[in-house]
Design a protein around this ligand. Structure first.
Ligand code: SAJ
Length: 415
């Protein structure tokens, strides 16, 4: 089959590469010319375990090509961003642009699969965008002018994408005709998981439901951490005790929720049905309030120390990755820098070798090696539970004010 994958980001590129590795003829399309060139050289623009070797292989064999121009293909996979606006409303403009790019190329009988995490109704919106540009085409199944639309949300975990693309079960939602079956046939080339067939709208909401479920559960843990702090109780011990109950399984509190999925997707449900989404909305607000809670605990102590030195351990949004998107740790370090202009803030992030631009411009923030930072610090603020931090010599932490937001050093933890 010929496949065009629109959007070569964290999902589009691994999907394009894995499809190409089955022998499918894949063209990956992206507006970022630099990334397109990098991929055509057989290299990768971001780190994901095992992806680089797959991309190098399929590019050298000619199964994967990248381009800034959308080609004609029998199958289109749309994996573009679906951000939200300042008012927490979904922004479907990238989906709209993709639809307008594809529409003029269609001949009839193509399958268009929306993979981007989307609010309910987005697959239909993509279909309407295509049809409004091409009124000669139709959703009515079985004609020579029919275009088939399906929603097939990805559910892979960053850091395990190449494995989970093969092994996860896959939800496939049909908008019209046998679109779902045709999408399934394509994904079956590489996916060994079970295929769960439904309609497009249910598929859209199921993906959002999974991430909202996790967000609500993390919010419960985060709320408990604030309650426990007020009562001078160790929240890690508290959760461990409660989790011994056979039907209780509380997640771990932290400095907030980051990444580009769990901190975003629940808002799509809230925006669609605000009158019935109070729990989901409150969970988002609880998780979003956690960075400020960490700062409110830390700042009064820091302000009492002259020329205070803070070691901020971790900038990524979760352990053992280099992804700083929507990271609460990064937000906290930025705000610390604002609130403590006289302080020295030593950021430690073993997975990057250069600070992101928002931190690099700050004079009081440096990227520092772990031991040097901890040794020099008055305050040690643990923000990400990277495995390098777990192994640190505890003796170094005595005499320091320690804020362990992840419970990594459990007994010393505060927030
Ligand atoms: N976190 C906590 N406490 C916990 C678990 C996580 O504070 O007990 C925080 C993490 O530190 C991080 C955030 O939550 O800041 C999200 O991390 P995560 O590992 O829960 O999830 P993501 O964002 O990497 O990936 C999620 C996954 N969804 C679910 O587990 C339901 C993944 O399967 C999805 O494919 C992905 O979102 C996505 O793309 O939607």
């Amino acid at each position: 089959p010929t496949v065009a994958v629109i959007g070569l980001g964290y999902i589009g590129l691994p999907t394009a590469a894995i499809l190409a590795s089955t022998g499918a003829d894949v063209i990956g399309v992206d507006i970022n010319e630099k990334n397109v060139n990098v991929i055509n050289e057989g290299k990768v623009p971001f780190v994901e375990p095992d992806m680089a070797t797959t991309v190098a292989g399929v590019v050298s064999q000619g199964f994967l090509k990248a381009s800034t121009k959308t080609p004609h293909a029998d199958n289109y996979i749309v994996a573009v961003p679906t951000p939200f606006t300042d008012g927490h409303e979904p922004d479907l403009s990238y989906i709209e642009t993709a639809g307008k790019q594809i529409a003029p190329l269609l001949e009839g009988n193509e399958v268009i699969i929306l993979e981007s995490t989307s609010p309910p109704g987005a697959t239909e919106f993509l279909a309407q965008t295509v049809l409004s540009t091409r009124p000669d085409l139709t959703l009515e199944p079985g004609t020579a002018q029919t275009i088939y639309f399906a929603h097939c949300p990805e559910r892979v975990l960053p850091g395990r994408i190449m494995i989970e693309l093969r092994t996860n079960d896959r939800i496939v939602g049909t908008l019209n005709g046998n679109a779902g079956e045709r999408a399934r046939d394509l994904y079956q080339l590489f996916c060994e998981g079970e295929f769960l067939m439904t309609d497009a709208r249910t598929a859209e909401l199921s993906k959002l439901t999974e991430n909202a479920y996790r967000d609500v559960n993390i919010a419960f843990a985060n709320e408990l951490s604030m309650i426990a702090d007020k009562l001078d109780i160790n929240v890690w011990e508290l959760i461990d005790l409660a989790n011994h109950h056979p039907r209780v399984n509380i997640l771990q509190p932290g400095p907030g929720v980051g990444g580009h999925c769990i901190a975003v997707d629940p808002w799509f449900i809230v925006a669609t049905t605000p009158e019935h989404s109070s729990l989901i909305k409150t969970a988002r607000e609880v998780n979003d309030s956690k960075p400020q809670f960490v700062l409110d605990k830390l700042l009064p102590q820091a302000k009492r120390i002259k020329d205070v030195r803070v070691a901020a351990l971790g900038l990524a949004f979760k352990p053992n990755i280099d992804d700083l998107r929507e990271s609460p740790a990064r937000r906290i370090v930025n705000q610390l820098s604002d609130e403590l202009p006289e302080a020295t803030i030593m950021a430690v992030e073993p997975n990057i070798d250069k600070l992101p631009s928002d931190l690099e411009v700050r004079e009081n923030v440096t990227l520092t090696e772990l031991y040097a930072a901890v040794e020099a610090a008055d305050i040690v603020l643990l923000l990400v539970d990277h495995y390098e931090f777990a192994r640190i010599d505890r003796k170094l932490l005595t005499q320091k004010i320690v804020h362990d937001t992840r419970g990594l050093w459990n007994s010393e933890s505060t927030t």
